[in-house]
Design a protein around this ligand. Structure first.
Ligand SMILES: [Zn+2]
Length: 383
């Protein structure tokens, strides 16, 4: 993880780099931050920077032997500890290291909900960092570093250490040579006070709304007003912002595929219920729905053209798209529908009455996919 891959947080990056330049890296640090602002990736980037063999004055190189292993989270001198569900008393976090790495590789911004969904716990069980894990940490850190200059242990959510976590006090106070502890916490009150008093606290702030909305526009193709809306709701939490976008996409996906089915079944009464639902989504939601529809149809077009490897749809939606392109949708229909949706998008932006607009688009949909009649002026490929 290089600093440049981390969203915002420029001041804290500079502050961390300075501790390395001035050779005053404290051996036990507690990164304290609200959720979803990147404290965990910052901890990894900091550790990588410390161990990079060709660091510059603003980042690690990303290419030396240490960086390469850090980037995959497999460096032998980089250890992770995190809350987990012990099946047996002697289980340690090592039991879940593969799920952990996979999650980090997919997205280094996550929260406890993300982590829980990776390890599929039994509902009744409480995640924690148990005493066996503490003993395993002490053992791991007692070895000499294998490849890097500094051994690093990053503990995510030390709030989940129970009182047995005090077993770690001695090693944190008098660590073996060249050892760095970084604890990444969200809730200072829930961290053992004995740990707090032995660590240097590094405070990391929530991300400004503007940073999140710029990210959503650049990476998630959201329009400005919509990006502002989500970043406002997420309140500085990038994990939450991404979750909101995903939720909106899921909702749009369900409604859009259902709408296609209604059109194919010529279910005009249900179409009216659909227009009522659409009216309640508000202008940004309606535009989002239409844009989702346009993208979905373009993906369907790729399927029709036999380039499934280029299709970027999640597995469940891909199944639906395959069924639709096998049994219902032709290229001509897709072309005609995209024109209708683009025109609807244009009219939503200009404050058209949503009930009239979506009813009209729905009737066009029935004409196109049920009766195969296409509006004039559309360029067609012969089916
Ligand atoms: Zn490097």
């Amino acid at each position: 993880m290089q600093f440049k891959k981390i969203l915002g947080q420029e001041n804290i990056k500079q502050q961390l780099i300075k501790t390395v330049e001035e050779n005053r890296v404290s051996h036990a640090q507690l990164f304290l931050s609200p959720e979803g602002c990147g404290a965990f990736p910052l901890a990894v980037a900091y550790a990588q920077y410390i161990n990079c063999l060709q660091k510059t004055n603003d980042d690690s190189c990303g290419e030396c032997s240490n960086c390469r292993k850090y980037e995959k989270y497999i460096h032998p001198d980089l250890h992770f500890s995190f809350p987990f569900y012990a099946k047996h008393k002697e289980d340690t976090a090592e039991l879940y290291i593969e799920e952990w790495r996979n999650m980090l590789l997919e997205n280094p911004y996550f929260d406890l909900n993300t982590w829980r969904s990776q390890i599929n716990p039994e509902k009744s069980k409480q995640a924690n960092i148990n005493i066996s894990e503490c003993h395993s940490i002490i053992k791991k850190l007692s070895y000499k570093a294998f490849e890097a200059e500094t051994k690093v242990l990053i503990m995510w959510l030390p709030e989940y250490l129970d009182s047995q976590g005090n077993a770690l006090l001695k090693i944190i106070e008098e660590p073996p040579a060249n050892t760095l502890f970084i604890l990444v916490a969200n809730n200072q009150e829930k961290v053992l006070s004995t740990l707090l008093s032995r660590t240097q606290i590094v405070k990391i702030k929530a991300l400004p709304n503007e940073v999140i909305s710029n990210y959503l526009m650049a990476e998630k193709s959201l329009e400005e007003a919509e990006a502002h809306q989500y970043s406002f709701l997420a309140d500085g939490n990038l994990v939450e912002a991404e979750r909101l976008v995903l939720h909106m996409e899921d909702k749009s996906a369900d409604l859009f595929t259902n709408w296609l089915r209604l059109g194919y079944g010529n279910k005009v009464t249900d179409m009216i219920a659909f227009t009522d639902e659409m009216s309640s989504w508000g202008r940004e939601g309606q535009k989002n729905f239409l844009r989702y529809g346009i993208n979905f149809l373009r993906e369907c077009s790729l399927l029709l053209n036999g380039v499934e490897e280029m299709v970027k749809l999640p597995p469940n939606i891909l199944e639906t798209a395959k069924k639709l392109t096998t049994h219902v949708l032709t290229q001509n229909m897709i072309n005609a529908l995209v024109i209708e949706l683009e025109s609807a998008h244009y009219h939503v932006e200009r404050n058209a009455n949503p009930k009239i607009l979506f009813l009209d688009v729905s009737l066009q949909l029935v004409k196109i996919i049920k009766f195969k009649t296409f509006p004039k002026g559309t360029q067609y490929i012969l089916d």
